[in-house]
Design a protein. Sequence first.
Length: 354
Amino acid sequence: MDLIIDAYGTYVGASGERIVLGLPVKPNPNEPKRKRRKRGEGKAPLRRIKKEYPIRRLEKIVILRPASISTHAVKLAIEHDVDIVYLGAFGKPIGRIFGSDARGLATVRRAQLETSTNPARALFLAKSFVAAKCQNQIAYLKFLMAKYSANFEREILQAETLLKTIDLLPPGEKAREQLLGIEGYIADRYWRAIGQLHRFPGRIPQGRDKFNSAINYGYGILYNEVERACLYVGLDPYLGLYHSERYGKPSLVLDLVEEFRVPVVDSAVIPLFIEKKIGKMSDFVEITKSQYQLSPEGKAKIVEAVFNNLNRRVLWKRKRRSLKDIIEEQSRSLSHYFLGKDPSYQGFDYPRML
């Protein structure tokens, strides 16, 4: 299980083989101030509720709001391969604590580098990532069209027609640019169709309207899952095959994220807006005019929806697995391709969730 720390001022400690949380309790406003002062309670709440979690049941400790963590808790987590990750205001991981075990780094990363400099092998993987993403978008539009009695026939036909051209792209200097063009065109058809069910300014990666803020926060959670999986199997998150390398940009994470955008995030967040389960002012904080970020209440809704999908079990390669496990399995499959242990790579497809 994932331990989510979303209460301001939480203390994360350890006792034996357990992670212990000290959750702050706000003073009762109806209680006389004199009694609160006697207990030493001033403006900041001092009372805490204690909760304990066996370390062997945890996979990650995700810290969403300011909290403190003890050295004992950190060492216990590292000893049991429990990742500790800090997420920023917009959901993206800003830091993490994990063990220094090499996990075969040299061998895997050398093979990863060799693949990235091999035009044919790198293009094969880039096509796999983009094709999986586009197939998932088309499949999800068909699902939404049936569920909400919408008409996306035109958008789906245009996307399907262009999708068929991916396999025809020959290796060469222009292959990546052509692939980017195909991905962008299909994404445009996809988000235009979504706009028929819920009005929003369009898909803007750095957008701060309510819809884009929520989607971006969900993607931030997904980036964390993929980055963790890459590190866990020994891959370099910054050495990509499709997305261009740039200082501070986790290109491989962005590559692998593509096939999971729809299954993990889109299918969790979009229905919240269509069904008006999110969007009220209590779910957002207005930064400037027409620019918002999620409030604690809004973040809780996105976190719950996205983690429900991550923990959802589907049939994949003849076994029922959670999407969280499949992300790790896909990272491992990628490393096997780099090492030459597997001659192919299969992207995850959304229809398996239907």
